[in-house]
Design a protein around this ligand. Sequence first.
Ligand code: BES
Ligand code: ZN
Length: 471
Amino acid sequence: MRGCPPVTGGEGGREGRLSGRQRPLVDTLSRWVEIPSVSTDPEHAQDVAASARFLRDHALSSGMTRAEVWETAGHPAVFAERIEDPALPTVLIYGHHDVQPVDPVEEWDAAPFVPLERDGQLLGRGTADDKGHMVMHLEAVRGILDAAGHLPLNLKMIVEGEEEDGSEHFDQLVAEHRGDLAADVCVVSDTGMLAEDQPALTVGLRGLAYWEIEVRAAQTDLHSGVYGGAVLNPLAVLADLLAGLHDRQGRVTVVGFYDQVTELTAEERSQLAAVPFDEAGFIADVGAVQGGEAGYTTMERRTVRPTLEICGAWGGYQGEGAKTVIPARAGAKLSSRLVPHQLAPQVTEVVERHLRGALPPGVELDFRLIHDGPFVLTPTDHPAVRLAARAVESVWGRPPAYIREGGSIPPVATLAGELQLPCVLFGVGLPGDRIHAPNERVVLGQLFRGMEAVAEMWRLFAEAGRSGLSR
Ligand code: BES
Ligand code: ZN
């Protein structure tokens, strides 16, 4: 690793100030990861609830003075706060305690919910996305309190239990607890950096629209000898529909899909090209095959261009051996990553219209929006973002790059819009963390540095004062 000060030892240096909290951080994270809080699977509802209670208790033992489980119509969130003095700035931290499913489980090197520490990493579902980040903040709290007896500002945390399942009840939660959530700045910790030696702050996220479709062409499955050749096969219809979504240049063929997309200026493109990013390595590292829209770089394709992806497709006989059948129905899950200024309702409308228009007569189509979330752009010139950048530089030894991420965090739009909070997207994940995939891991050095960085960030926010944090 080049250019990074050490995270351990740190005698006299700011980077090691909280080094005593490193072991407790790993221990707490390990115990929390053991709770399989998979929000998309109803069988794990009790685990998501247990995860919320674990966090509430840990927040209290870390020095937060109020911590509560907030029930929703879905999975519970956790709120915690420590108010030092109302005259001081208040920071609201956002993250989530739910995790993605673990399948295919046989591809993990260790059981996904039995955390494995090796080579400076912790392996397990939720280590990077997003439990590690929340523990990072709470260990910073504990460390500062042990040293100074108080925090330099007021701290609040809202940790959601449904982020990986579309944040369906987050807006309502915010509406119900507006007063509790009031703050000067929001720090969202659910993103990553470019490399261990290349810190970054995220200043843009793509939005999302996710649909499920089903094509029906008969009342029942049919014998493929008796009916084959004489009827339309819904799987073939589906394959046709899916294949027709992109042209040979990788552009989405749906009429109107790009209507709201703001094209990048030449300056924005050259800024993006200047970000240290290994275009070929990014694809090769995961053994993937390059694809995408002609005329754009990998970085552009994955962050600032919109997508229409097939996330799953099914139909017909899937079991052992052969079954000579023409299925009655076939389905698929489609998702679109949205960029400024695409909005989910408009994109949903044009995609549905396209699919219906491409359907052979007599074939039925069910089209259902499962969830959506808006794109996010945060102002890079906001004082809170500038101070966060200083804090990152003081720990990593070099200034962070400002990057846009391809992933989505729908609640950020609510925090920025409904609560009018400037959002700083500070996370310490890395491209190799395999979030949502087998062998998710977090690099512990990243969490340790992150802990130092948030402590410094709070010091700088406090120094700026409430007025210095507004524009
Ligand atoms: N932490 C991710 C979002 C993310 C991924 C940010 C990569 C930056 C880089 C988040 O937990 C996530 O996966 N969100 C979902 C949202 C969806 C389920 C509505 C996503 O992006 O698929
Ligand atoms: Zn996440």
